[in-house]
Write a protein that binds this ligand. Structure first.
Ligand SMILES: [Mn+2]
Length: 427
């Protein structure tokens, strides 16, 4: 199904009066504080967050998976689902493909289907953390770091193939996340494993088109529980530096030990121009992959404070990072969940944008700790949602995307089209 323009117009005209009251109140207040509201609306209209192809179906845990209904059964239907999201919020205009879960069999047809929904292809993701049917060698004991050359070559070749799929679709980046590591002390020679990983990445990097980036994603533990070869931002940064100017670190919010100061990591990487991409999700304990902003919205805001600080500073050489959601869980309708996640990201972004930078820098220069806290918390405690709604209204999206999704009974219609038992391909 599609969300039609007239349905959005109808919804917006029903909600317009109340929206206008809220928006006028907020924008007047912000303008009095010297905030350029129009510039923020423009930034929000331009802000696009890539949706991963694996987030359109219900996720699972190692204990099981409770499938939803009317899930997308093919890559085409996944693109259709992202088309629905993008029609509702005009902020989800990109898809991140996972190979081999979502191999584009007919690339031209897939590209033109995505184009019809105004969707582009973001980073492509390789997968050497599980074995595929008919694969010659197993990744049980690693892929790019494996002790056996044949296994490493197979994993390198897979990554090069993923680049080729991405090139046809117009992607401009490859994301590499490795599960490689060890479960028990002495199982692996740390130094040699990292050296082999570097050499494997160098081979992949040599096949990277000149206008592409390589993102190296780190993670402290899971599925390996004693050590992971690329365990933290420092290891990823080291590899990215050795590889060259097209390689960057990718920060996944769930890939840190508890209480890690992620916002400081972001700032450090941006100082070096090496923050390439971002995977948004939220967590209470580990890599929980929950809805963005559902557990720690203040942390998300503090991270965006550093991101905005880095992006807006013309002296930093960091490119604008690639934004992507990487979440997956059992209990929500995946499309409703993604609408919530996109909203949470944009709220944190907007709250960071309304921080009065010069005032904050001055408070920091003066070591006025109280004032600095007042400035950032004032922004965090401002309900910026009317600005998001206004940006959507001007982009032709819904003032209230989740409300319209429910009112149109989108999931019910998808079930009618696809069936109760339609289960998403991939995960
Ligand atoms: Mn990730």
């Amino acid at each position: 199904m599609n969300v039609e323009k007239y349905q959005i117009d109808e919804h917006n005209s029903l909600n317009e009066r109340q929206h206008k009251k809220r928006y006028d109140f907020l924008s007047e207040m912000l303008q009095q504080e010297g905030i350029d509201v129009e510039a923020i609306i423009k930034k929000l209209m331009d802000f696009q967050i890539a949706i991963p192809s694996w987030a359109l179906g219900t996720g699972g845990t190692r204990f099981g998976r409770f499938s939803g209904t009317g899930e997308p059964r093919s890559l085409e239907e996944k693109i259709e689902d992202i088309g629905l999201l993008h029609a509702l919020n005009r902020s989800s205009g990109a898809i991140s493909l996972h190979i081999p879960w979502d191999i584009p069999e007919n690339a031209d047809a897939i590209k033109s289907l995505a184009g019809s929904y105004d969707i582009v292809f973001d980073a492509v993701n390789s997968n050497t953390f599980q074995d595929q049917k008919n694969q010659n060698y197993s990744y049980k004991f690693g892929s790019l770091s494996h002790t056996q050359k044949e296994v490493r070559q197979q994993a390198i070749h897979h990554n090069i193939e993923v680049i080729k799929y991405g090139e046809v679709l117009g992607s401009k980046a490859l994301t590499v996340w490795l599960a490689d590591g060890s479960c028990f002390p002495a199982q692996q020679n740390f130094r040699k494993a990292l050296q082999r990983t570097l050499e494997s990445l160098q081979e992949i990097y040599a096949h990277l088109p000149t206008d592409w980036k390589m993102f190296i994603e780190y993670k402290p533990y899971e599925p390996n529980f004693y050590s992971t070869v690329i365990q933290d931002w420092g290891t990823s940064f080291l590899l990215a530096n050795k590889l060259g100017s097209q390689a960057f670190t990718l920060v996944d919010l769930g890939h840190h030990l508890p209480n890690t100061n992620i916002e400081q990591i972001v700032a450090t990487l941006m100082m070096e121009g090496k923050l390439g991409g971002f995977h948004f999700n939220d967590s209470k304990y580990g890599d929980d992959d929950l809805t963005v902003g559902s557990i720690k919205p203040y942390q998300l805001f503090l991270i965006f404070n550093e991101l905005v600080e880095g992006i807006e500073d013309k002296n930093t050489k960091n490119p604008v990072p690639a934004w992507m959601i990487d979440a997956s869980h059992n209990v929500k309708d995946p499309l409703e969940d993604l609408l919530q996640s996109v909203e949470a990201i944009k709220i944190a972004y907007t709250q960071a944008l309304i921080i009065h930078r010069e005032m904050l820098w001055e408070a920091q220069r003066q070591n006025d700790v109280v004032k600095a806290q007042e400035i950032v918390q004032n922004a965090f405690r401002t309900d910026v949602r009317p600005l998001l709604a206004e940006a959507r209204r001007r982009s032709g999206a819904a003032i209230n995307p989740l409300g319209l999704f429910r009112k149109l009974e989108v999931r019910k219609k998808l079930v009618e089209e696809r069936g109760e038992l339609a289960i998403a391909t991939g995960l």
